[in-house]
Ligand binder design. Sequence first.
Ligand code: FAD
Length: 288
Amino acid sequence: MIPPTFDYAVPKTLSEAITLLGQNPEAKILAGGHSLIPMMRYRLASPALLIDINRLEGLSYIREDGGWLKIGAMTRESELDESELIHKKYPLLADTARMIADPVVRNLATVGGNLAHADPANDHPATMLAYGAQVVAASPKGNRTIPITDFFKGTFETALAHDEVLTEIQIPANKPRTGGCYLKIERKVGDYATAAVAAQVTLDASGKCSYVGIGLTNVGLVPIKATAAEAALHGKAPTDDAIRAAAGLAAAAADPSADPRGSAEYKRSLVKTLTVRALKQAVARAKG
Ligand SMILES: Cc1cc2nc3c(=O)[nH]c(=O)nc-3n(C[C@H](O)[C@H](O)[C@H](O)COP(=O)(O)OP(=O)(O)OC[C@H]3O[C@@H](n4cnc5c(N)ncnc54)[C@H](O)[C@@H]3O)c2cc1C
């Protein structure tokens, strides 16, 4: 289908983009366009103005700084996939980027767009929930930092105000004895998840879990942080029994609907199995 008509602006600076956004209640930011343009073609979105931020400088980077891994919102999935730093120290993120769509999509799709789109089927939200990430939003009032747990308000709905642009994602910098893993079941390569699980674990010197993060993809109306499962493992040794108990709680936190990808029961059982496997792999990576 052909989208309805719209105006198109290519601001040169972030402040110009923010001003344009604030002046136009029907405007939308255009990043990689791989979610927004299909929505427009199906007429699920009809912005009167597209504000293309692809030519803004300084929104694409991956660096460690001040106890955080900082990722510019316009960083492409392929850049994550090609980053030595990500592969060496952030395996959960490396797994996630590699599983998103296909290389053609990954060359344009951005990390910021993946989060701002707030599709519970997108892969980064669960990963960021598992990491305990935060995002930075810029508006005419300045910058504000939003914990990822406060970011997803509903399906395709975030805590971003209309005049805010997501500029940066911040992930706690890798600590010793830390590992993560993202596992996804998809009908065919490049598809959205039938279900997926992100797990992040830090072990203390005695081998007990001092941090556990678990995020679930596409098994609810919003990305889900499996807090009861996290709490069940926290402070404990990650034995098979403890991991299985946590996976049961993660499955209970899932709220899937039946659709062509499978029944609710099937998806819940996938969450249980994937949580066991992702936690085991995260622990193995934490042990090095
Ligand atoms: C064939 C196909 C398969 C796909 N498979 C997967 C998959 O398996 N897993 C997955 O996670 N995703 C998948 N995607 C989605 C892809 O990753 C999207 O491109 C991504 O979710 C959105 O990023 P984008 O940069 O393209 O954002 P856009 O499409 O440009 O924008 C999406 C939304 O976010 C807003 N937005 C974007 N950037 C900002 C910002 N910086 N500040 C404020 N608002 C912003 C836009 O206004 C828009 O509402 C797939 C897409 C396609 C086309």
